[in-house]
Design a protein around this ligand. Structure first.
Ligand SMILES: Nc1ncnc2c1ncn2[C@@H]1O[C@H](COP(=O)(O)OP(=O)(O)O)[C@@H](O)[C@H]1O
Ligand SMILES: [Mg+2]
Length: 336
């Protein structure tokens, strides 16, 4: 499989009153055509910022792309003129962001908002765009789509609005769909329906997907590859089965232990990773997770660990850690 998307050393900062905030730090990864990448990590990990930076949506100032390349089909999106980016956004790269900039406009009908990219990017006529909009609403599971098109966003439930956002995101059959916390605000039943819809769409139109969420549980059923981010860096990355069955980063391990399904005994409290994410104006010197990691060594506190292939791990399973998680856990067990 050839890479559809390749990030090379992407670094993004914000100039805040408190100082320079290092949101995304030397981030590199690639994504094959047809792959579904799940990106997880607590709030503030740089998930949204890196995605916005890719498509030229970082507000500048205060944001600044310090360095790096984002190759999409071999073309570098960083530094690309806004006019060209506008042709790529919504057409070749669709997104569903939980962001006021890209959510539905309350004063325009839903139909108009679905038809806009179809008319602009695909140059469809009014009639053809309307016909396609009906098909799209139908595709995302909205009943009575023709009538629904003439309604306003407030006439839709939260789940229905999210379906509309997905319809817009996929309207031009993008090569890449980026969904950022697309189901976070929805109840679990609707969330499950949306995830089923995305799986279905992948089967039908073969879109490559980046699914960003703070919820480890969501990526389990959707992603081929999971990428765990923290402090604007990749802590661990690999095939979904490797990440869930054989985590090698203490951070991934903590996220997995915090999953609700992990409650075994009645009355047992859900695990919570101690401490809170770092202040990225003054990030830790070494491994960003070291201050919260009981397995951290002196080296973890002073030197950033590179992302490397896991010893004896699955193909493509990479971790950034100086400690060896499995022996650290075994030692801890022996001591207690
Ligand atoms: N507009 C902004 N101005 C200043 N800091 C920002 C801005 N947007 C994001 N950040 C900071 O960048 C870091 C990464 O944020 P973000 O990518 O939104 O995290 P995530 O999506 O993983 O929750 C955080 O420390 C956040 O506070
Ligand atoms: Mg976010």
């Amino acid at each position: 499989m050839s890479a559809l998307l390749e990030l090379k050393h992407l670094t993004v900062e914000f100039h805040t009153r408190a100082g320079v905030l290092h949101a995304v730090n030397d981030l590199s990864y690639s994504l094959a055509a047809g792959e579904t990448l799940g990106i997880v990590g607590e709030s503030g990990s740089g998930k949204s910022v890196h995605a916005l930076a890719m498509v030229g949506l970082i507000p500048s100032p205060p944001g600044r792309i310090v360095s790096g390349e984002v190759l999409f089909n071999g073309r570098n999106l960083i530094g690309m003129p806004e006019r060209q980016l506008r042709d790529i956004r919504g057409k070749e790269i669709g997104f569903v962001f939980q962001d006021p900039m890209t959510s539905l406009n309350p004063v325009l009908t839903v139909g108009r908002q679905i038809m806009e990219p179809l008319r602009r990017h695909l140059k469809l006529s009014q009639n053809a765009a309307r016909k396609r909009a009906v098909e799209l609403l139908d595709l995302v599971g909205i009943v009575d789509p023709d009538r629904r098109l003439d309604q306003f966003p407030h006439e839709f439930s939260g789940g229905m609005r999210q379906r509309v956002m997905i319809a817009i995101g996929i309207s031009c059959e993008p090569k890449l769909l980026i969904a950022d916390e697309a189901t976070t605000a929805l109840d679990v039943t609707v969330q499950a329906q949306i995830l089923e819809l995305v799986r279905d769409l992948k089967r039908k139109i073969g879109t490559t997907v980046i699914w960003i969420t703070h919820d480890m549980g969501v990526v389990a059923g959707l992603a081929d590859t999971v990428q765990v981010m923290y402090g604007g860096r990749i802590m661990e990355r690999g095939p979904v089965s490797a990440i869930f069955r054989d985590p090698r980063s203490a951070y991934t391990w903590g996220l997995l232990r915090s999953l609700p399904g992990k409650i075994t005994a009645p009355g047992q409290r859900l695990y919570q990773i101690p401490g809170s994410p770092p202040n990225m104006v003054h990030p830790p010197a070494g491994d960003p997770f070291a201050p919260r990691n009981s397995f951290a060594t002196d080296r973890c506190r002073t030197e950033v660990p590179p992302l490397r292939q896991v010893d004896g791990g699955a193909a493509g399973h990479q971790v950034a850690a100086w400690y060896d998680l499995r022996s650290a856990i075994a030692n801890q067990g022996a001591q207690s």
